[in-house]
Design a protein around this ligand. Structure first.
Ligand SMILES: C[S@@+](CC[C@H](N)C(=O)[O-])C[C@H]1O[C@@H](n2cnc3c(N)ncnc32)[C@H](O)[C@@H]1O
Length: 215
């Protein structure tokens, strides 16, 4: 992270902390997405959780199933909470855009952690995450599928800038990264937080195409 320049997402999520988990704990679609991912994983899979938040439910669910989970989050408060909540996983404080990634993960999870990045950064990151998967590995992409670019919003009491893609453009982004879409779930969820409004949620379950058999 650039020295001395406050990271906008880090500042917002440092302030939100535990409230995020309370507000989103009721998302049945998030739980169902984790169940679908677990059904596709071999025992002892290596998983990267991008924007791991408090570690719950994602890292906790995957680690409890016996997988090796590394969470990365730009918010030091979130990393501290997750490290305490989910001792069975590892967490690292970093901006995922600056983390060198090598091929070898069996799965990568991205639950709602792209929304504070410019579109070009989201595209580049999904490309890099697809490249960090072993062939045949799984990438779960969850987002708020709205066609918005750098709009101001108040999220759980914090002023944030939000950038995203509409549903079709987000599917194209995944396909452009060499990912096949196995299934998708589009729902509407209202966070349990004063003043929250219903928000659309999209869960794309993708797979890096396996290497075709040799001649
Ligand atoms: C909306 S929360 C979602 C948390 C968790 N994935 C979940 O669904 O419960 C987004 C998380 O992504 C993190 N985040 C945002 N931008 C990031 C970046 N560039 N690098 C790493 N983490 C980031 C935030 O700090 C926050 O903890």
């Amino acid at each position: 992270m650039a020295d001395g320049i406050p990271h906008a997402a880090a500042a917002a999520f440092d302030a939100i902390g535990d409230d995020y988990e309370r507000a989103f704990a009721g998302s049945a679609a998030h739980g169902a997405s984790l169940t679908r991912l677990l059904e596709r994983l071999a025992p002892g899979s290596r998983i990267l959780d991008v924007g791991s938040g408090t570690g719950r439910p994602t890292a906790q669910t995957l680690a409890a199933a016996g997988h090796e989970v590394l969470g990365v989050d730009v918010s030091p408060v979130m990393v501290e909470l997750a490290s305490r909540r989910v001792p069975g996983a590892s967490f690292r404080h970093a901006d995922i855009r600056e983390v060198p990634l090598e091929e070898g993960f069996d799965a990568v999870c991205v639950y709602f952690s792209l929304l504070q990045m410019p579109r070009e950064d989201q595209r580049r990151l999904v490309h890099r995450l697809a490249g960090a998967l072993r062939p045949g590995g799984h990438l779960v992409l969850a987002t708020v599928p709205l066609d918005v670019e750098d709009v101001g919003a108040v999220f759980m009491g914090q002023e944030v800038r939000v950038t995203s893609f509409g549903r079709e453009a987000f599917r194209e982004l995944a396909a452009g990264a060499g990912l096949g879409i196995l299934d998708e779930d589009a729902t509407v969820f209202t966070p349990a937080h004063p003043g929250a409004v219903p928000e659309p949620h999209l869960f794309l379950h993708c797979r890096r195409e396996p290497v075709p058999p040799g001649p």
